[in-house]
Design a protein around this ligand. Structure first.
Ligand SMILES: C[S@@+](CC[C@H](N)C(=O)[O-])C[C@H]1O[C@@H](n2cnc3c(N)ncnc32)[C@H](O)[C@@H]1O
Length: 420
């Protein structure tokens, strides 16, 4: 009973995502694990699932009712991604399509899935790598051109794996409480202060819910560590695109700021910053458009611009982004980012710095944006500031890029110094 209810919830969420909803919002707070895993696996593996299903189906998948298409995808994902026996997954999908009100399609779902779940391994071997690792062909090609075939394959394979929960603690009490419960904490291989609990993630998540720890991807934590290092941390700090507030919270936790402020475009997003920084330190929070920010120019020692972006480093957490992006979206994003950068630079004090970062690995959104700086600003190399062991690659502008990898999301970061 429970399993069919979870399948039904997952199917409804997947249909909402098809209509434009974001899976991270629908699953906020974690959700039921059996629902969460179905939603994320179907979205991550959509291309390969469809490629296996289509030859068995007389009609084009995109012309089927969403209920029918979704039930088939869930059924195949249970076999391919979750190792369910084919009969169980097929039977589950048939029941699901009936519960979704499309009983007339149940024998088609049964026939398609019986064939698709029988020989998917053989079929998979014949697909090119972008289909096998379920990424858009254009994106795979552009990554291979920029980063090489091997790095692209590792990045795509990493984006197909569920993200591990990594968290940092507000003080030493949290780890001690977990140790008393017998929970073993494992340190992150290259991000200082990041811990996971692979055998007992529930207890770690309880700590996060109780405000004792903060869950954050290691790449995002790394930005806050570099920003809080002596090269960039002075007296005051301004975060221009701060919600939900992860980097702001860790920077307040790590640094000794005399003054800190954080802004985000909308009030509901600004409220998220308030929750995130509540335990970390004092910070003025403003709902504002950072293309015309309401702050005094030339006053901030450090400005962090963690710009809205195409998010190509975060597909394992936000898998539907892969299917919504097009090459033009990257160009559009870069335009918006240049506007934000121009406004952010005005705020930097002489001798101060702006750290420009995105969770995208696309050159146009990163080195392309900092390529054209006004007089009095120059890019400063980040070489000396990357902790040992970080699997980074330098950008052509002296920045730091991490491609999606088994230990963290992908992102890119550049430092711009005000020299005059
Ligand atoms: C990558 S997220 C920031 C993540 C955040 N720094 C953190 O670590 O939690 C980008 C943010 O930029 C905000 N944003 C988009 N356009 C903006 C604008 N014109 N002014 C201010 N914030 C904006 C979005 O609402 C979003 O919260």
């Amino acid at each position: 009973m429970r399993l069919s209810a979870d399948r039904l919830t997952a199917a409804r969420m997947l249909m909402r995502v098809e209509e434009g909803a974001f899976s991270s919002r629908l699953l906020s707070g974690g959700g039921v694990p059996a629902v969460r895993i179905r939603v994320l696996e179907v979205l991550r593996s959509m291309r390969v699932l469809d490629a296996v299903l289509q030859p068995q189906c007389r009609r084009k998948l995109r012309t089927l009712d969403p209920e029918v298409r979704t039930a088939m995808r869930i059924g195949l994902a249970e076999t391919v991604c979750l190792d369910f026996p084919p009969e169980l997954a097929t039977d589950g999908a048939v029941r699901l399509v009936r519960r979704l009100g499309r009983s007339s399609a149940s024998s088609m779902v049964n026939a398609v899935l019986r064939k698709a779940t029988a020989d998917w391994r053989e079929v998979l071997r014949r697909f090119p790598v972008d289909v096998r690792l379920s990424h858009p062909e254009w994106l795979c090609r552009r990554w291979a051109e920029s980063f090489g075939n091997e790095a692209t394959e590792i990045a795509m394979a990493s984006a197909q794996e569920p993200a591990v929960t990594w968290a940092w603690f507000f003080d030493g009490e949290g780890p001690q409480a977990l140790a008393r419960k017998g929970v073993e904490l494992v340190p992150h291989p290259w991000c200082p202060g990041a811990w996971s609990a692979p055998e007992d993630v529930k207890n770690l998540i309880e700590m996060v819910k109780g405000g004792v720890a903060y869950a954050q991807d290691p790449s995002s934590q790394l930005v806050a560590h570099i920003a809080s290092s002596p090269a960039f941390a002075e007296k005051n700090y301004l975060d221009l695109c701060a919600a939900p507030g992860g980097k702001a919270a860790l920077m307040l936790h790590l640094g000794f700021w005399e003054r800190a402020a954080a802004a985000d475009l909308r009030l509901n997003r600004a409220r998220l910053i308030r929750q995130a920084v509540a335990r970390a330190g004092d910070c003025a929070i403003v709902a504002a458009d950072s293309t015309s920010p309401p702050f005094v120019s030339g006053e901030w020692d450090l400005v962090l611009l963690d710009a809205p972006c195409a998010g190509t480093g975060t597909f394992r957490r936000h898998p539907e982004l892969k299917w919504r992006l097009a090459p033009e979206s990257i160009v559009q994003m870069a335009k918006k980012q240049r506007k934000l950068l121009a406004a952010g630079l005005e705020l930097v004090a002489p001798g101060g710095a702006l750290l420009y970062t995105t969770c995208s690995v696309e050159p146009e959104e990163n080195e392309g944006v900092v390529a054209d700086l006004p007089d009095g600003f120059e890019v400063e190399s980040l070489d000396a500031h990357v902790p040992a062991g970080v699997p980074w690659i330098p950008t052509s502008a002296g920045g730091l890029r991490i491609l999606p990898n088994p230990d963290g999301d992908g992102f890119t970061m550049h430092a711009v110094r005000r020299t005059a």
